[in-house]
Design a protein around this ligand. Structure first.
Ligand code: ADE
Length: 235
């Protein structure tokens, strides 16, 4: 099963970028996902290939035209007709691990629409977009970096994509308490056992698996309480 992912963008040269190395490179070579791009400007009209115009009602910035953007999305849909169309936008719903898992299991694949300028004419969002997703409460210059973040997180959640399936289940956001709370990751250590005066916690070299497990859960809980208390119940 190959997950088709098409990025609809004015800057296809930005891809694959970081998606062409390491785990993402191997995942694509294994056929777990296939990344392609569609250049929005190829669907613009006239000599100047204009993709944007001034906003009705006035105001700063330019807005991407619905006819041009829709033509680009429809072209992408021809290649993957059952793909979910996602618009990368700071006004979208928050992206998180659960959303990454959901998107990874959508077998029809993904079309990621990247905006620039002030935004995209709302009518094309109504007509062609299934979901609007934000990767955080800050504004990027365009949707491309956000799309890369989404692709990386989604592909990691394709079951065969990490060498060791266990890796995925003991990462931040995959550790759960008995109360069902999701915890950040516990700290990791490797050789040397002593480094610049700091030693590896003794329990980790004890070989006592139950104690190690308990220590890790305690540490994960403490770290979550300190860095992300909002993740804990009763917060
Ligand atoms: N485009 C610009 N800012 C963004 C954000 N925070 N998330 C997703 N897409 C964006």
């Amino acid at each position: 099963m190959t997950l088709p992912i098409t990025v609809v963008t004015l800057f296809p040269d930005m891809f694959p970028g970081p998606l062409g190395v390491s785990i993402m490179k191997r995942a694509e070579e294994k056929g777990l996902f296939a990344l392609s791009t569609v250049q929005i400007r190829d669907f613009a009209f006239g000599k100047h290939k204009t993709v944007d115009d001034t906003p009705y009602g006035g105001g700063a910035g330019m807005v991407m035209r619905p006819d041009v953007v829709a033509a680009a999305i429809r072209h992408a849909k021809k290649g993957s007709p059952n793909a979910k169309v996602v618009y990368m936008s700071p006004s979208g719903t928050s992206f998180n691990q659960e959303k990454a898992r959901q998107l990874a299991s959508h077998e029809g694949g993904l079309i990621l629409l990247c905006g620039h300028y002030e935004g995209i004419d709302d009518r094309v969002l109504q007509a062609e977009v299934d979901e609007e997703i934000s990767i955080g409460d800050y504004v990027l210059s365009g949707g491309e970096l956000a799309a890369m973040v989404v692709v990386d997180a989604v592909v990691r959640n394709i079951p065969e994509s990490l060498g060791n399936a266990n890796t995925l289940h003991e990462e931040s956001f995959d550790i759960q308490t008995e109360a069902g709370e999701v915890l950040l990751e516990y700290p990791h250590f490797t050789r040397p056992v002593e480094w610049e005066g700091q030693t590896v916690p003794e329990v980790l070299t004890s070989g006592h698996h139950a104690n190690i497990q308990k220590w890790r859960m305690d540490k994960a809980y403490q770290k979550t309480k300190k860095n992300r208390p909002d993740l804990l119940k009763g917060s």
